[in-house]
Design a protein around this ligand. Structure first.
Ligand code: NAD
Length: 340
């Protein structure tokens, strides 16, 4: 595979760089993967690329987590075959984290890997999902059970796409920015104050740069990269439990729940209190405790059947592989319930 990048490119320079990559790759066929909420982004994206083959195909999937499924993946592989895609074909993922995760997985597995580009259109995908080379789909009711580590050939971030993003999806991306701020320890107070209308490009750059730097140190998540899972142990459990309970929430809303738990288990009450002022803890009912704990037992970071957490010794000082017992977790949840 030709050029691949672990760091994104932004705005007009980003389009120039992508044009240069298209020239270099000279793909036999180009596929633009979107969901029905991001199709409109193509009217901004396509005209900015002089080197994009006009005979591209648009592949559209339904929006939402349900598209990260084996069924949708199989359908896309079939469509690629029908169009005669080969190892020199290119997939450009124009969408949120679902489109980036799904399209990257399709590209990484089709004919043992074809080139792909991520063009994130949600805030969450800009600061997190489009960068770092993890991709995947959900399986057996559990998040991201099938996937690979494969770097995209290019990531282009154009904040103009955010103008059409619904408020709750903006907040979902904000959750990952808050996670990066807690981990880096550099801009926690400022990150808590961010708002859609005033979000600056450099704030997106700062957040995604933090992730990219960690990924460069530990691409396959054998050690330090695990810190990026701060808030995600309870978060993933909450997200999948909410979905099967018929009350789905955004990925970021689930991560916020997880950050509350992680901050309390870390003994960082002040930070948890500050977080609650912006994003209050959502009370966990008694009958949800067992299913939530059981989902955490399935977490990919676990070893020896023990639940492992990322915690913070202090702001900016994460530790990982911390064993948390059911009793400790239940106590934290009870304390958060009582305070809410
Ligand atoms: N691979 C990774 O490293 C990584 C990291 C974090 C999250 N993720 C994954 O990312 C997914 C969550 O990402 P997400 O929050 O972007 O979800 P998403 O892709 O479902 O996007 C959220 C919603 O916003 C819509 N949308 C996206 N861009 C839009 C735009 N510009 N205008 C209008 N609507 C728009 C989408 O259609 C969708 O309805 C999860 O599946 C999560 O597991 C992956």
């Amino acid at each position: 595979m030709k050029t691949s990048h672990s760091y994104p490119f932004f705005g007009p320079d980003g389009y120039d760089g992508l044009d240069a990559l298209l020239q270099e790759l000279a793909p036999s066929k180009t596929f633009l993967l979107v969901d029905s909420n991001t199709t409109h982004c193509l009217s901004v994206f396509v005209p900015k690329l002089g080197q994009l083959d006009a005979a591209f195909e648009v592949l559209e999937v339904p929006p939402g987590e349900e598209s990260k499924s084996l069924e949708v993946a199989a359908n896309l592989w079939s469509v690629l075959l029908e169009y005669g895609a080969d190892r020199n074909s290119l997939i450009i993922n124009v969408g949120g984290g679902v489109v980036c995760d799904l399209g990257a997985f399709i590209a990484a597995t089709f004919k043992r890997g074809i080139p792909f580009v991520n063009v994130p259109t949600s805030l969450l995908a800009m600061v997190d999902a489009s960068v770092g080379g993890k991709n995947g789909i959900n399986f057996a009711g559990l998040k991201n059970q099938l996937g690979t580590f494969t770097q995209p050939n290019y990531v282009l971030i154009d904040p103009d796409f955010l103008t059409s993003l619904p408020q709750q999806e903006w907040e979902s991306g904000h959750a990952e920015m808050l996670k990066h701020a807690l981990l880096s320890g550099t801009n926690w107070a400022e990150a808590l104050q961010l708002e859609p209308a005033t979000l600056a490009l450099y704030e997106i750059q700062q957040s995604v740069a933090f992730k990219a730097a960690i990924v460069r140190e530990d691409f396959k998540e054998t050690g330090k990269r695990k810190v990026l899972n701060l808030g995600h142990t309870t978060g993933h459990a909450w997200e999948s439990y909410a979905a099967v309970s018929g009350n789905p929430c955004t990925h970021g809303a689930a991560v916020i729940q997880g950050l509350h738990v992680a901050l309390l288990l870390s003994g960082l009450q002040d930070e948890q209190y500050a977080l609650a002022k912006r994003y209050p803890w959502i009370k966990v009912e008694d009958d949800a405790l067992t299913p939530l704990w059981e989902r955490q037992l399935q977490d990919k970071k676990n070893t020896h059947g023990e639940v492992r957490y990322v915690l913070l010794e202090e702001l900016g000082k994460p530790i990982w592989d911390v064993q948390i017992t059911r009793e400790q977790w239940t106590q934290a949840v009870s304390a958060l319930n009582s305070a809410s």
